[in-house]
Ligand binder design. Structure first.
Ligand code: ADP
Ligand code: MG
Length: 664
């Protein structure tokens, strides 16, 4: 490994953070279940153009197969891409593989995720999100840089992976015809409906990797739990008191807030345990966690203590954690579901599918026998659906349709999807893009010149449109800031016990025009103090999210410069900014009713202002929202005050249709 510091200043380095020796890493590789199969795998993969590989989580698919292919010379004619549905997985795996190969991250082994490209011209193994590979396909539909594309975690059936299936099949056929270097496709997963996949990929052979299975004891709740978080806490302490130390626990929860809340409760309770109780180390694991903290879960548990990992479904198959003996499955997951009409996807807590429940169970029997505690009854389990519905059948498709059109797919209804989305959802997506003036419907649907430009940005179409419209309102400087801040986790940091203090500190940034302008004020103040840490602390601003936003802003700005957009500022005139936002988000608006409640303009759905909004105490007549979240009721989050005239100007036909209908 090179002793030089990395050239670019990055959060991740290729250095061996866990301090493991090369010999120990080599031995770990040799002990993986996949190791003994590598000769057969190389041989089989060499023979066919497509293959399907099935192996239990932790068997070594993601980290080893790209290395085997590289070692056997399959990267001579092009790179090996390995896609992941999650950016964290792409990053941590690339880092692990760079370490195993003893190379600096970003050289032979790199990763590429939205707004973060850690590759170089010498990169041979590239871990990337499925979304990034799809974007690359827009610029190069033949994917000519790649000799092998591995579609990993295929069972997750993310919208991007599903679209990639069709795009890659097409590239493979075209490259065959054009006598270019053939494109090898490997689909990998821990579990999946093998026949369905094999048939779709022209009867591709299925290669199984034998895992090491150990018996798992399955325990169900005797009655349904009304509060699964509480049940999970009780179960953690029951295990902690009854079981020997070293037997680590993995708890499946639904999201960051829930994990942070449980983390606090468990730590508080642990303080009062008898002194002879083993020490309890609690680690959170979710996608937005800082990378340094994520690495903690991979470190061995110190002797005499017990590790409890509180994770989202990221720990189902995407990452492997060693030493887990007990799994606590709440049976819940936060997943996207489509909200017809509004063009928005909603994140909602839902029941897992049976196959997800089995994946979670399997995490406990990796190295030895284990126990899975299901916090639901056996009857409840029987009622779960067999498999998770592919995202493409439950999410808004406007982004994907825009990308497919940019890829030059002539008739999306006839695109070779593995499982087709409904014609209705495709037509809805086209309608939304039409409202945004991104497509026009002549004899066939095609992108307008605005639509072509929108497809360049790795953003939802509504936000890409806002960026492109900023030219009309001379406010791209401000819009870049707002869009970047909307693209990261909230920069507002509101600890449970200091809610009042946080609100008081934030008062100076609030605006009667709404949260978008407040975000702009925060950004300006942050820049003025040059990102001072103490300032962030005093003002309850999450510095890490702020830095991410700055990073994104920088990249979006470069994209705008390349697209020839003038980077101008509108000065103190916030109405220009709000008009510009309305031009892309007029569909996500609500109107105040006489009774003091809001209803959305599209579906006349009752909604409320989210308590985190700076407009929470106000009642503007018309507001635009960036997202809807369901908890106890439906809340609008990130809101800005708008004038109905602007909405009408942004989409006259849309509003005429609605109000024409309403008044008649
Ligand atoms: P699969 O893709 O089959 O689920 P992986 O290739 O991801 O398996 O993981 C194989 C093994 O590599 C894991 O069991 C674990 O021991 C090790 N491993 C993977 N990622 C890391 C990491 N970031 N840190 C430490 N060990 C890791
Ligand atoms: Mg894997």
């Amino acid at each position: 490994m090179s002793g030089e510091p990395p050239k670019k200043k990055r959060r991740y380095s290729g250095s061996n953070m866990t301090g493991e020796s090369a010999e120990s890493l080599r031995q770990q590789r040799c002990h993986l279940p996949i190791y003994s199969a590598r000769g057969r795998l190389n041989l089989e993969i060499r023979k066919t153009s497509s293959a399907i590989i099935i192996g239990e989580t932790g068997s070594g698919k993601t980290t080893q197969i790209p290395q085997y292919l590289y070692e056997s010379g399959m990267a001579r004619e092009g790179m090996i891409a390995c896609t992941q549905p999650r950016r964290v997985a792409a990053i941590t795996v690339a880092q692990r593989v760079a370490m195993e190969m003893g190379v600096e991250l970003g050289k032979q082994v790199g990763y590429c995720v939205r707004f973060d490209d850690m590759t170089s011209p010498g990169t041979k193994i590239k871990y990337m999100t499925d979304g990034m590979l799809l974007r690359e396909a827009i610029l190069d539909p033949l994917l000519s840089k790649y000799a092998v594309v591995i579609l990993d975690e295929a069972h997750e059936r993310t919208i991007h992976t599903d679209v990639l299936f069709g795009v890659i099949k097409d590239a493979q056929q075209k490259r065959k015809k054009g006598k270019a270097c053939p494109l090898k496709v490997i689909v990998m997963s821990a579990t999946m409906d093998v026949d369905h996949f094999s048939t779709y990929f022209n009867n591709a052979p299925v290669l199984y990797i034998e895992g090491r299975e150990h018996p798992i004891e399955l325990l169900y709740s005797s009655m349904p739990q009304s509060d699964y978080l509480f049940a999970a806490i009780v179960t953690v302490f029951q295990i902690h008191q009854d079981e020997p130390p070293g037997h680590d626990i993995l708890v499946f929860l639904t999201g960051q807030e829930e994990i942070e809340a449980m983390l606090k409760s468990v730590k508080d309770i642990a303080k009062d345990l008898p002194s002879d109780c083993p020490q309890l180390l609690v680690c959170p694991m979710y996608a937005a966690l800082p990378p340094g903290q994520q690495l903690k879960i991979f470190q061995p548990t110190p002797a005499g203590s017990r590790k409890v990992i509180l994770a989202t479904n990221i720990a189902e198959t995407s990452i492997t954690i060693q030493g887990i003996k007990h799994v606590i499955d709440t049976g819940k997951v936060k997943a996207k579901s489509y909200q017809p009409g509004s063009g928005l996807d909603l994140l909602k807590v839902q029941w897992v599918s049976k196959s997800q429940a089995w994946q979670r169970t399997g995490r406990s029997g990796r190295e030895d026998s284990g126990t899975c505690w299901r916090l639901y009854t056996e009857n409840q389990f029987q009622e779960l659906r067999e498999n998770t519905i592919p995202e493409i059948q439950r999410c808004n498709l406007s982004s994907v349709v825009l990308q497919l059109l940019a890829l030059g797919i002539p008739n999306i209804l006839r695109f070779d999807f593995m499982d087709k989305p409904s014609a209705e959802s495709i037509i809805n997506a086209v309608d939304q893009l039409n409202l945004l003036a991104a497509v026009e419907k002549k004899d066939k649907v095609q992108l307008t010149s605005l639509g072509k430009k929108m497809a360049i940005f790795p953003l939802e179409p509504r936000l890409s449109k806002v960026i492109l419209m900023a030219k009309e309102y001379n406010c791209l400087e401000e819009i870049l800031t707002i869009v970047s801040l909307l693209s990261v986790e909230s920069v507002l940091f509101t600890p449970h016990n200091k809610r009042e203090d946080a609100h008081a500190a934030r008062k100076k940034f609030t605006s009667s025009d709404g949260d978008h302008i407040m975000l702009l004020n925060i950004y300006r103040a942050y820049k003025a103090v040059k990102g001072n840490k103490q300032w962030c602390f005093e003002n309850f601003i999450n510095m890490r999210h702020m830095r991410n936003a700055l990073d994104i802003r920088h990249q979006l700005r470069e994209m705008c410069v390349r697209a020839g957009l003038p980077i101008q500022s509108c000065g103190p005139d916030t109405s220009a900014i709000r008009k510009c936002i309305s031009s892309g988000q007029f569909m996500n608006t609500a109107e105040l009713q006489r009774e003091g409640e809001y209803v959305t303009l599209d579906r006349r759905q009752s909604v409320s202002i989210h308590p985190s909004s700076c407009l929470f105490q106000c009642k503007p007549a018309y507001v635009l929202y960036n997202e809807l979240v369901y908890t106890t009721k439906c809340y609008m989050r990130n809101i800005c005050v708008v004038d109905p005239e602007w909405l009408y100007e942004a989409a006259p036909t849309y509003f005429k249709r609605r109000y024409g209908g309403k008044n008649r």
